[in-house]
Design a protein around this ligand. Structure first.
Ligand SMILES: Nc1ncnc2c1ncn2[C@@H]1O[C@H](COP(=O)(O)OP(=O)(O)OP(=O)(O)O)[C@@H](O)[C@H]1O
Ligand SMILES: [Mg+2]
Length: 503
């Protein structure tokens, strides 16, 4: 790509960017939220055309007018949201749109199987998509591109929705593809992934190209400095709150799903004011159900969840509607996989979206008209949301910036119990630290913060205590200041580290 510029109205998303990609190489594309990564790659995949600049492949200029033309040039991009047809099988989805769909499905399945064997993918071509996990759907998207003969593959934050185990599998196939001579671009905010999987790293900052470095010659700190443009310190303060008091008591909480399978099994713990209580566990160990049960979104079969109000009285939350729970003072900064589907209205600006939530929580009817605007402005400034103004439609913002609006809104509402799940998913490293600091700030105001996270390093640095779930059961509670990653990792896979569970 040479001298590529792309504007959206006043916004210069890409400012004369030049980038080289080689065969047999994995290039990580790095940059803060809104720095122009997705936009730049969308010009390779035919979604946008550049306003200025040229694209060359194997030395010859190419003009990519549509995703179909991108396929013809051997370029395939895996977006964050998959566009598969749920009632079709893997193979049917893969050949969709080819040869008017008239291709022999047996032959297609055979070819799919060959691709899978060659690179180490693990999917059943005749299985229907609705039965599949997010990771399997992603695999289908990749196989679909390979089936079309892609030799350049672009993956936009592919690991944001994967478990560490699935990520490891993905990296193995990416390396296999690289060794087979493919050129791969991966966008990710997780620096340890950049270090692990890439050969080179290209950095963008505010729409500009900063440079490319060899992964073996750099480290996370240097990359962060390049991304941000000045030296940044990455550490999390963990002050002690003077007098923590019990704020939430959960006893023998048991939840079952529609098929009668126990998602939570006799879980008991408490959360204090002035504390960040971490929740660790392999994905699917009951974290989601726990948060949803606490906010009235998931049915509780047995047990109790008691909130201790300002007068010291216990209020039973089980059986209350989500709206009533919210009015009690339990706020949830749940960050869903589908950011725009849940919680935000894309056509509205930050301001409108603030108002939406304030109105929903019951007290909101009394809000003055100015308040949402003030809230929005605060979030905009504090989290440095990249947007021209607070009334700019949020669907035009970059993925990470949409997320900032979502998290910022929940914090700005000022709940007494703040539940967060995967709050930093999709956020660049600098913004992630801003969120950690904001959560700590909430804690020091006496809020009981519950933080469900995936990154053990962060859990250990940020949280006062960490609750470990294993297969729906409480494996134990550890002190964040003294726990080790190994200890927590073991508790995630083996129920009943007896000592801790007795606490
Ligand atoms: N369709 C669009 N209309 C208007 N502005 C857009 C559009 N797409 C992107 N932008 C703007 O272009 C800039 C770059 O966005 P882009 O999505 O490329 O960022 P990104 O680096 O992928 O960020 P993230 O890490 O948050 O995904 C942002 O300011 C964004 O608001
Ligand atoms: Mg993006």
């Amino acid at each position: 790509m040479r001298g590529i510029t792309k504007r959206f109205g006043q916004v210069v998303a890409n400012d004369s960017i030049s980038l080289k990609l080689f065969r047999g190489e994995i290039l990580a594309l790095l940059g803060e939220n809104g720095s122009g990564k997705t936009t730049l790659m969308n010009m390779l995949s035919g979604i946008y055309q550049p306003d200025e600049g040229e694209i060359f492949k194997d030395g010859a200029p190419i003009y990519i007018h549509s995703p179909r033309e991108a396929y013809d040039y051997g370029i395939g991009m895996i977006h964050q949201h998959y566009k598969l047809i749920e009632v079709f099988t893997a193979a049917q989805n893969i050949i969709l749109g080819l040869n008017d769909g008239k291709m022999d499905i047996r032959a297609a399945e055979k070819k799919v199987k060959e691709i899978c064997d060659r690179y180490g993918f693990d999917i059943d071509p005749s299985r229907k998509v609705y039965d599949m996990s997010v990771s399997q759907k992603q695999t289908i998207e990749i196989v679909k591109m390979l089936y079309r003969g892609a030799d350049i593959l672009i993956l936009d934050e592919p690991t944001a929705v994967l478990t560490p185990q699935e990520t490891r599998k993905l990296f193995t196939v990416l390396k296999n593809m690289k060794n087979d001579g493919k050129a791969i671009v991966i966008i990710t905010h997780k620096l340890h992934e950049v270090m692990e999987v890439s050969d080179k790293v290209a950095v963008l900052r505010k729409g500009q190209y900063i440079g490319t470095v060899n992964t073996s010659e750099t480290d996370p700190q240097a990359l962060t400095d390049m991304m941000v443009g000045h030296a940044v310190t990455l550490n999390i303060d963990r002050p002690l709150y003077p007098e923590p008091k019990k704020k939430l008591i959960v006893e023998n909480l048991t939840c079952v799903d529609e098929e009668g399978i126990k998602k939570l099994d006799g879980v008991s713990f408490f959360a204090n004011t002035g504390e960040i209580l971490g929740v660790a566990g392999i994905s699917g160990s009951g974290q989601k159900e726990l948060l949803e049960a606490m906010t009235g979104l998931y049915p509780v079969k047995e047990g109790s969840i008691r909130f201790i109000n300002g007068d010291g009285n216990e209020v039973e939350l089980v059986g209350m509607s989500p709206k009533k729970i919210r009015a009690t003072g339990v706020g949830m900064a749940f960050v869903p996989e589908d950011r725009l589907g849940m919680g935000l209205v894309g056509s509205m600006g930050m301001s409108g979206n603030m108002m939406l939530r304030s109105w929903k929580n019951g007290k909101g009817a009394l809000l003055k008209k100015k308040e949402p605007e003030e809230l929005a402005t605060r979030v905009w400034k504090e989290l440095e949301v990249v947007t021209p103004d607070v009334n700019y439609p949020v669907r035009r913002l970059s993925g990470g910036n949409v997320q900032k609006v979502l998290v910022g809104r929940e914090i700005a509402i000022g709940p007494e119990v703040l539940l967060t799940a995967y709050a930093v998913r999709g956020l660049d490293i600098n913004t992630s630290y801003t969120i950690y600091n904001l959560l700590t700030e909430q804690k020091m105001k006496g809020v009981a913060v519950i933080y469900v996270g995936e990154d053990l390093d962060v859990l250990i640095e940020l949280c006062d205590r960490i609750l470990v779930l294993c297969d729906g059961k409480l494996s134990g509670v550890v002190d964040g200041r003294s726990a080790s990653k190994e200890e927590i990792g073991l508790m995630m896979t083996h129920i009943g580290n007896k000592e801790a569970a007795d606490e």
